[in-house]
Design a protein around this ligand. Sequence first.
Ligand code: ACO
Length: 274
Amino acid sequence: MSKLGTYETVKLEHENGITFVVMNRPEKRNAMSPQLHFDMNDALDDCIMDDDTKVVVLTGAGPAFCAGQDIKEFFRASDKDPKVRLKNRRASHGWRWEKLSKFPKPTIAMINGYCFGGAFTQVSACDLAIAADEAVFGLSEVNWGIIPGGIVSWNVVNVLGFRDAMWYAVTGETFTGKEAAAIKFVNKSVPLADLRATTMKLALALKEKSPVAYRYTRDAIRSTRGMTVEQAADYLNAKSDALKTGDPEKNREKAMTQFLDEKSFKPGLGNFKR
Ligand code: ACO
């Protein structure tokens, strides 16, 4: 039975094992209010528990992906209340980084339109990202007198090249989905009319991977970034051993049999039969 719920500011759409998690305040360009942060934490937890959700696609309702933090409800409303600010900040960091960057299922950000400021964090946290050519991105913080806070600066410097990160942060200049793909903030961009179908095709391909191998692989790529080569070798050897013994589906053995004994599968060219 589906474990997906309903929320005030988030909508879930389920199709063929893929759950689209939609930030749903289109009249506010999906700006992130505290309520949206609370709802996103709940919605992502529900997606973890829902056995029918194999892949999560994060997107926005209407003409925007997400216009960043809600300047009125996230900032001004708690300017004089540090306790409320802290609670909201923890909820904001919780889903956008802690949950998404280590999500136990594949995640794709599908950037359908405006993507500003704080929204760069959830794009960076998703495993993969596809944008509409027409989408508009911007690190607009400098335009209204603040810094790319939360962990936006850390993320852009990690995902983008240093020169691009600096350029867009200090100028506040916008860039399109096509440009986002060229500087590798997203994996690729396609015309808006093709965005959902292209994302769905990718999601269905990820759905076919061994879930445990996918998760270990994603963690290997994310976690080794800050390590020395010695630490990485140690970590990866330990993870390889853990995967070998900890995979309930025993996929490694199945795949070896299909390649070495049955000769029914070419690992270089596609998936084994699970
Ligand atoms: N915070 C609060 N409200 C917002 C935000 C936001 N980040 N973005 C849009 N809204 C609201 C507008 O105030 C407006 O509300 P109203 O109808 O009650 O007046 C509504 O959403 C629609 O916005 P418009 O500006 O009318 O929509 P338009 O399509 O013309 O422009 C755009 C969209 C470009 C996204 C513009 O709204 C904008 O510049 N928003 C702020 C983007 C930004 O700088 N975000 C970074 C915030 S800082 C951070 O994230 C750390």
